[in-house]
Ligand binder design. Structure first.
Ligand SMILES: [Zn+2]
Length: 125
């Protein structure tokens, strides 16, 4: 037995002197060194990946996929009666309905165009 080992004060097992928790009985055999613990906390706080993940989660909670307002407006203006802006938003069922009804007799297209004008850019669907 060399200087890097010690006896567990709970079960008597020979364990590494660096051990804080005895690997045999699982009890705490040493105080957690403050000098070692503080740098670990600093590393966690400076981890920028955490902030990135939070932002992604926030966007998902707002309502999903970001859409460019001006792309949707252009599609609505030129191809609105074919439901192009509905397909762009991922609303395939509404897009097919617009094709069959010529954009709800153009009324739906006009309403969508005005609604799109009032939306922020990008907007979320
Ligand atoms: Zn032990």
């Amino acid at each position: 037995m060399d200087a890097s080992t010690m006896f567990c004060k709970h079960c008597g097992q020979v364990i590494d002197a660096e051990c804080i928790i005895c690997p045999r009985c699982g009890k705490q055999v040493a105080e957690i060194k403050r000098e070692a613990a503080i740098p670990q906390i600093v590393i966690n706080n400076s981890n920028s990946n955490v902030n990135t993940n939070v932002n992604k989660n926030t966007n998902a909670m707002v309502g999903g996929r970001p859409k460019n307002k001006w792309v949707a407006l252009t599609l609505c203006f030129f191809l609105g009666i074919l439901g192009a802006h509905k397909f762009y938003e991922g609303k395939t069922g509404m897009g097919i309905l617009y094709i069959c009804t010529a954009g709800l007799c153009l009324v739906g297209v006009i309403i969508d165009f005005i609604a799109l004008l009032g939306k922020p850019n990008p907007y979320y669907v």
